[in-house]
Design a protein around this ligand. Sequence first.
Ligand code: SAM
Length: 275
Amino acid sequence: MNYRHIFHAGNHADVLKHGALLATLSRMQRKDTPLAVIETHAGVGLYDLHAPEAMRNPEWKFGIGPLIGSTAPALQPLLAAVAACNAKDSLRFYPGSPELARLCLRPQDRYAGCELHPIDAAALRARYAADRRLQIHARDGWEALKALTPPPEKRGLVLVDPPYEKPDEALIAARAIGGALKRFGHGVYLWWRPLKDPDAIALADAELFKEGIRPALAAQLTLAGLTQGLRGSSVLILNPPYGLSEDLGAFAQSLKAALPSALRPEVQVAPHGLA
Ligand SMILES: C[S@@+](CC[C@H](N)C(=O)[O-])C[C@H]1O[C@@H](n2cnc3c(N)ncnc32)[C@H](O)[C@@H]1O
């Protein structure tokens, strides 16, 4: 439990994941029926980009930073969410996935987030104590996923965003998602993965799809021009809602256009396995 997301808040991986999250929720909310957002690894919900941890090696300068001020329509949901967390014309706070979910929740929707780090879980609980639509579980996300699926709403998005501290964490994630799919087969699953060990991801995908190919969509962002740290990541979305492929394609192309060309951004959006 050494991982602290504040060191990475607002980086290129966050903007890919969070843009994909907003696009997916937007498509799912075209129906009025209640929706559950279930998250295995929640973090703290809001990150202070001026905190010493975020300033040490400010990854957000190669992520959300250059996007601010873009007028690209596909970036506006993410930029509006960031603006909602900040004073006018400033960028100090970056919303994590629980906060993005909160900003999107309708009265009939619900968010259930798991966070194992005691300090982060306490911070999340305190942040959302007054909002009954958000439930925080201070427990292991892999274990909790068994209890939280299927949700009573029968419609839901499961967000899987582990820290990948352990070498086999992608495989652990694939097994957890595979188990959840047995209980909640028509749920939408959004799984973030770092591009640092392609063999580990291939092994995890083989595990996930061992009982047959499911409808899936993958979006990937790489920044080959980054001189340090993670250079790329992807999201894999299982059972993607209708129309998401186009929305995610537009989002990815807008990301590529808004990031500095010196970072050599490249994006791909494709049905999984064809990318
Ligand atoms: C990548 S961060 C989550 C970021 C968040 N999803 C977001 O997008 O804003 C991973 C989080 O998982 C927490 N964590 C690590 N192991 C966990 C576990 N087994 N169950 C639940 N949370 C865990 C870490 O403390 C960390 O806050």
